[in-house]
Design a protein around this ligand. Structure first.
Ligand code: ZN
Length: 228
């Protein structure tokens, strides 16, 4: 039996009953805190990485965590963004790239993508990030150049996001924030774009105040539970 089918059986037997309250609430609807756009890569596990629960994140995944700029065609990513922002009113959008990304590697060597014509065409949405990296990162070693591409790609897709009318409207109303992250699979670090310093910073520094406040509250809760 495939591992994932056995997993469903285990979920039904052990996990679902333990979380009955949560699933009862979720059966009535969703109110996610963020639209999370990341790569399809199998190594990104959002529940584990962000310690979030079902219902917390509305997720769009594709090769290269790409957001095509808005135009008159309808695509899966465009429709999901419109729904998350226009209907669900998510207050945050995160675009999250990651290290060792096959899409980013492919974008740097398109001649290797002849047998993958759809991948090759899709990665055209990374073009500006590739051009910037090739020219401004030409002095870097291969590792640093790839990191630069991952960061530039996140910035580019953040810019593409702003061309989507629902996103532009929510930003203008001040009810939406866009975040740009790069997840380093090798060491578990997540670098987040900091618009104040115009650079990527570890999440613990970029969100220091928010993280401290949140962990404080969570600590008080667990403390209260221990005594109830
Ligand atoms: Zn990837």
């Amino acid at each position: 039996m495939p591992k994932f089918a056995a997993g469903v059986v285990k979920f039904q037997r052990d996990v679902y009953p333990r979380n009955a309250e949560l699933f009862e609430r979720l059966a009535k609807g969703q109110s996610p805190e963020a639209l999370f756009i990341t790569c399809s890569d199998s190594r990104i596990e959002l529940g584990m990485l962000t310690q979030s629960e079902p219902g917390d994140l509305f997720v769009v995944r594709n090769a290269g965590n790409i957001v095509p700029p808005h135009d008159t065609t309808t695509g899966a990513t465009t429709a999901a963004i419109e729904f998350a922002v226009g209907a669900l009113k998510v207050p945050h959008i995160v675009i999250c790239g990651h290290t060792d990304c096959g899409a980013a590697k492919g974008a740097m060597a398109p001649e290797k993508l002849d047998s993958l014509p759809h991948v090759r065409d899709w990665l055209v949405h990374m073009r500006a990030a590739i051009d910037i990296t090739r020219e401004l990162g030409s002095h870097l070693n291969e590792h640093d150049m790839m990191l630069m591409l991952l960061e530039q790609n996140v910035l580019l897709q953040m810019a593409h996001l702003r061309t989507h009318p629902a996103v532009a409207l929510a930003l203008a109303k001040g009810v939406l924030q866009i975040h740009g992250w790069v997840y380093d699979i090798a060491d578990g670090e997540v670098y987040a774009w900091d618009d104040d310093v115009k650079d990527f910073q570890p999440v613990s520094r970029r969100y220091a105040a928010q993280v401290a406040k949140y962990l404080d509250t969570a600590h008080e809760h667990s403390h209260a539970h221990a005594h109830s």
